[in-house]
Each structure stands twice: as C-alpha cells, then as structure tokens.
Design a protein around this ligand. Structure first.
Ligand code: HEM
Length: 79
C-alpha cells in the first residue's frame, strides 16, 4: 500500500483501525478450532470473503467482557 502507482491516502487510518479492531477482538473473545475441522496453516488466506476459509468457534471470554462489549456498543450508537 505504501508503494505502487498511487500511494493509499488512508494507510495510517486503516492500519490503526485494524490494530484497534483486532486487539479488541482478541481481548474480548476466545477463539477455538472446531473438532474435525482443523485450521489450515502454512498457506495464505484467500483474498476473497466469498467463502469462509475455515471454521472457528468464537465465545465471549467472561460475563464481565460481555458487559464491557454491551456498554461500549450502547455508547457507540448515534442517538
Ligand atoms: C485496509 C484498508 C485499505 C486498503 C487495503 C487500501 C488499499 C489501497 C490501494 C491498493 C490503493 C491504490 C494504490 C495504487 O494505485 O497503487 C489505495 C488508494 C487510495 N486509498 Fe486506500 N486502502 C485502504 C484504506 C483506505 C482508507 C481508510 C482511506 C481513507 C480514509 C483510503 C483512501 C485512499 C485514497 C484516497 C486512495 C487514492 C490515492 C491516490 O490515488 O492518490 N484507503 N488504497
């Protein structure tokens, strides 16, 4: 994104948003592989979102984390 014919004007915005989003997901949720459906490693993920690249079970880490998510979500709503 830094190199190429045109420089992406939103690189830093996108980078910071991705960092914050991924950090929040990792902080609030547990990610488990699904029995019988191993997560493939050693090859790049497809660039398309048309098909899910693998199955994963995602659960909220605790009731306190759920309360945090609900509180933050409520305050993010535009009234
Ligand atoms: C993960 C997110 C993003 C990706 C993968 C991405 C990717 C790209 C790519 C590949 C280009 C074209 C570069 C080239 O022509 O060689 C581009 C251009 C551009 N991007 Fe992004 N971008 C992202 C986020 C953003 C965001 C958040 C903004 C604005 C807030 C933005 C604004 C722009 C603009 C204005 C251009 C055109 C720059 C120019 O032609 O002078 N991008 N982006």
């Amino acid at each position: 994104m830094i190199e190429g014919r045109r420089v992406c004007a939103g690189w830093f915005v996108a980078n910071q948003n991705l960092f914050l989003s991924i950090a929040r997901l990792v902080y609030c949720f547990d990610f488990h592989s699904v029995p019988g459906a191993p997560i493939p490693i050693g090859r790049p993920l497809p660039m398309s979102s048309a098909t899910a690249p693998f199955q994963v079970k995602i659960t909220v880490r605790s009731p306190e984390h759920e309360a945090l998510i609900r509180r933050e979500s409520a305050s993010a709503v535009i009234q």
